[in-house]
Design a binder for this molecule. Structure first.
Ligand code: ZN
Length: 203
């Protein structure tokens, strides 16, 4: 499986990092080895001093597809989840400054924690889902999928022009504003509405 991540999909987050608002989705990938499941702890890596949380709605692909039309994209997923796109912001800033790829900052081991998934049928409108992140019991990030620049179906249509989607692939759909550094000892809890989907510690 592969993990596809969308960058700059919320205007407020693009602005907080001084990035332009994109005209087309920006995507990058993380390998399977970046997954962190079952609320296992995240061990702070020694190569960075500035690991940021990015809370993101995640879509799990349930069917093989290529060149998927937007109007059919909804047939390619039936579960919605929540994850963190951990980013070594110091390494990313250095890579960006040199025009280099971002893998060093995004694709490292356990940089993609993922929580439980919920059936799509739980939601009346996929593009109106509230989600939030608590760190040490304080709300640190809140978002709603209505604020996405590119909808989930637009993302699937766009990405599948370039990359075939396979069963089990995950799409991290971008972070709202409010990204910040995590510290050893922090406890991160992710919610869709009131339901807790992940709960893990930074060690
Ligand atoms: Zn992200």
């Amino acid at each position: 499986m592969k993990i596809i991540c969308i960058g700059r999909n919320y205007i407020d987050h693009a602005k907080e990092l001084n990035n332009p608002v994109p005209k087309k989705p920006v995507f990058f990938m993380k390998p399977e080895t970046s997954l962190l499941q079952k609320n296992n702890p995240f061990f702070y890596p020694d190569f960075s001093e500035d690991i940021h949380h990015e809370l993101e709605i995640v879509v799990k692909i349930n069917k093989v597809g290529k060149h998927i039309l937007k109007e059919f994209a909804k047939n390619y997923y039936d579960e919605i989840g929540l994850g963190i796109d951990f980013t070594a912001r110091d390494l990313q800033a250095a890579a960006k400054a040199k025009g280099l790829p971002w893998e060093i900052a995004k694709a490292f081991d356990h940089a993609a924690p993922i929580g439980k998934f919920l059936p799509k049928t739980n939601f009346t409108d996929i593009q109106n889902i509230d989600f939030s992140l608590k760190i040490n019991n304080e709300i640190r990030q809140v978002g709603n999928t209505k604020d996405m620049i590119f909808s989930i179906d637009e993302i699937i249509a766009y990405v599948s022009q370039f990359v075939s989607l396979k069963i089990g692939d995950l799409i991290y759909t971008g972070t709202p504003a409010g990204v910040s550094a995590v510290e050893i000892g922090d406890r991160l809890q992710g919610f869709i509405g009131d339901e807790e989907l992940f709960n893990f510690e930074i060690k």
